[in-house]
Design a protein around this ligand. Sequence first.
Ligand SMILES: Nc1ncnc2c1ncn2[C@@H]1O[C@H](COP(=O)(O)O)[C@@H](OP(=O)(O)O)[C@H]1O
Ligand SMILES: [Mg+2]
Ligand SMILES: [Mg+2]
Ligand SMILES: [Mg+2]
Length: 358
Amino acid sequence: MSAAFALEKQVAVSAVLRACQLTSAVFKNLVTKETVTKKDKSPVTVADYAAQAVINTIITAAFPKDPIVGEEDASDLRSPTSDDAALLRERVTTLANDVLTPPPSEEERAEWGLGFGRTTTELLAAIDRGNYAGGRTGRMWALDPIDGTKGFLRGGQYAVCLALLVDSVVQVGVMGCPNLPVDPSNPSGETGCLFVAVRGQGAQQRPFSSFQSTTLRIPPSPSLSDVQFLESVEAAHSSHGFNARVASTLGVTAQPNRMDSQAKYCSLSRGAGNVYLRMPTGQGYREKIWDHASGSLLVEEAGGIVSDSLGRPLDFGLGRTLGENFGVVAAGKDIHSKIIEAIQAVKAEESEKLTSGL
Ligand SMILES: Nc1ncnc2c1ncn2[C@@H]1O[C@H](COP(=O)(O)O)[C@@H](OP(=O)(O)O)[C@H]1O
Ligand SMILES: [Mg+2]
Ligand SMILES: [Mg+2]
Ligand SMILES: [Mg+2]
């Protein structure tokens, strides 16, 4: 009998690897006109749209009934009167077909919809298959076609992230990180890593260039002064100041490592960094499920713990966002509770200052 979710894992790996070929190709000749600013002022590129089109096309061919919660939608591409939208549609179509048309490899199957091109109409419909509202029960995929779009644009870290959830529990997580070094101790060496986790079956990494997988186990944490924090590059996404206060409460002297995207979860799972701390910078922003689904499973399967800042599990059953969760803390089992305690201490200090008017 094959292992649980074996087919889902294979399909997800194929979809993520094909999408990573696309994003790498786009980066090599990205032009300014290929970036759009969304209503929330965040950037999105032809690569985000085309990668979502590719992955949704493959998932839908393999699992026609499964709903998908994807970050992007095709509304900005659909305008019938805008020349820019027409150009973007054409580019998305070419890019998506470049990676959908190669025939299935030995690890892939034709019934995953591989080996032929799609029309623009079909690809826009595929992007919009990502509009599922999420929820507590049943199967659903969570997709971030490019996590860390800002990192992608500056040539930094980004990740193509896909997860399968069943009854709001992440069961399969696959991430492709085209710019992440294969060997963290050799940052200028080969890049391009695939991370795969299946619940109860462990976490694995392999270079894009080979099938040689290594199992990931988070090593014991170093002494507190040497603990390394992983945090967002973008100060608007996660409070750098709060993290510095938590680190100082713990007596950490090591400098934090700032990195875009769920590559932070990937780094943590292979012992390159010890704590991923993401605290909200203001009121109102709700973390999106596609920004944490695959990464959180990877860290758990590598032996770590992922929670909100109060130590509560992340709840993927509330819709497209994590709802009431407040912040994210991922760390090895031996250190996670110390981080939660330090966060509470810093919060208590902050509210004391507020009430005493300092
Ligand atoms: N105010 C905010 N607070 C927290 N996260 C935010 C945010 N605004 C955007 N984000 C999310 O932060 C993600 C990037 O995370 P990081 O800062 O760790 O690289 C973005 O993913 P995308 O790049 O997929 O849009 C986006 O979903
Ligand atoms: Mg985005
Ligand atoms: Mg994201
Ligand atoms: Mg994204």
